[in-house]
Design a protein around this ligand. Structure first.
Ligand code: SF4
Length: 399
């Protein structure tokens, strides 16, 4: 059965709850589901049901294609003026001796390390410190572009920008416009956490609000930049807070169309101020991907960070709405391992990532940041592969 036949089969089941049948019909007809239906899915829908719906949408949009890109990360500092309770990564200003704060040359040294690598993107994110201000990033973006013009700079989040623009007395629009003129190409999705103030005030009380986060993305979209969005789930929020979060994103996307990808981020409880909060199960991870795929009907892509949820869960997520796997080239990011992710050395070669995708019957495509195809790996045979094939092709001679 293909994805559509499975969905029709599900709808025809007389034992299916009528609300769930209604939602399944909406998905089949490509109609938008409501806020209340989103909450109902979280409360009542089983994993198998959600997988059928989410996979129908995923395959309708992308078939078997699974995207990944080759990037590297720069984390300019792990010191931070803010005090997010879930953060395992940052050192507060008073503990700065335990942290790192790079200068522009240090960041350029990392860029130069990748001169001979076929990477298409540098992903920059970290803490917030006064020294890494507007001039600091303007200088870095210019130097990076001068050194390697084709490298896409996906840099910082509204958390950093809100702080930087406020200090520089610039509006969100003017600040983004200026940094775009220095070389900034797009923005990653971090810092969104959970938008609703009931939760945000408990887990991230002193950084930018939901409104400020959304406004900075809106201004970036006005300037023609593409951006991503995240949601930190599985801690003290209730299901309706997740739907509220996605609803705000869906509304902004209706207005601007500037978001490319939604990335659910699992709360991990290692070495942070919320270590007493237990983590959700893999089942809940997969349900969450699927509901995001169903709810965010105006987002093209749903992405999983394999380094955060493990390789196995990343593979499974490809049957629950995910069409993009974040693939770093090596261990240039410490954010996930410091938060207690399974992957303590989050490096995977292109071949390993391609095999991970192929093993679950999907079609790997390397993309650039804007989802242009860089390499189609459908029929690519890696050198090691061909050696293995020769070995396994030997006839059995011991009879
Ligand atoms: S999550 Fe980001 S803003 Fe919050 S403390 Fe950590 S580094 Fe700072």
């Amino acid at each position: 059965m293909d994805a559509k036949e499975k969905l029709n089969f599900l709808i025809s089941n007389p034992l299916l709850d009528s609300e769930l049948r209604n939602v399944a019909n909406k998905v089949l007809q490509e109609e938008r589901i409501t806020f209340d239906e989103g909450v109902y899915l979280y409360e009542k829908a089983e994993l198998g049901y959600l997988g059928v719906l989410a996979n129908f949408i995923r395959e309708k949009r992308h078939g078997d294609i699974t995207f990944f890109n080759r990037n590297f990360h720069i984390e300019p500092t792990n010191v931070c003026v803010y005090d997010c309770k879930f953060c395992s990564y940052s050192r507060m200003i008073k503990e700065r001796a335990e942290g790192w704060e790079m200068d522009v040359e240090g960041m350029m040294d990392i860029v130069k390390k990748y001169d001979d690598e076929a990477v298409t993107e540098v992903h920059i994110t970290g803490g917030v410190v006064p020294k890494q201000n507007l001039d600091f990033y303007a200088e870095f973006f210019k130097k990076c572009k001068a050194h390697r013009p084709e490298l896409h700079i996906k840099g910082l989040t509204p958390v950093e920008y809100y702080y930087i623009f406020k200090k520089a007395k610039l509006s969100h629009y003017d600040g983004m416009k200026y940094l775009q003129s220095c070389g900034l190409d797009s923005m990653p999705g971090g810092g969104a956490e959970i938008f609703h103030p009931e939760i945000r005030e408990q887990i991230a009380h002193d950084k930018c609000t939901a409104e400020q986060w959304l406004d900075i993305h809106e201004q970036a979209h006005k300037l023609g930049m593409h951006t991503n969005a995240t949601m930190l789930y599985g801690h003290i929020e209730q299901f309706w807070h997740r739907v509220d979060h996605m609803e705000r994103l869906r509304q902004l996307q209706d207005k601007t169309g500037g978001f490319q990808t939604f990335i659910p981020l699992k709360f991990r409880n290692k070495e942070n101020q919320m270590s007493h909060v237990s983590e959700v199960s893999v089942i809940e991870d997969l349900r969450n991907y699927a509901i995001a795929r169903i709810y965010l009907d105006n987002f093209d892509h749903i992405k999983a960070y394999w380094a955060m949820i493990s390789r196995d869960t990343a593979q499974m997520s490809l049957a629950f709405g995910v069409d993009d796997i974040d693939g770093t080239l090596d261990d240039t990011t410490k954010i996930y391992s410091m938060a207690g992710a399974e992957e303590q050395n989050p490096g995977m070669s292109t071949q390993q990532l391609v095999e991970l995708i192929r093993k679950v019957g999907r079609h790997p495509i390397e993309r650039d940041t804007l989802y242009h195809v860089v390499t189609d790996y459908k029929d690519v045979v890696f050198e090691d592969d061909s050696k293995k094939k020769n070995y396994y092709a030997l006839p059995v001679v011991n009879n």
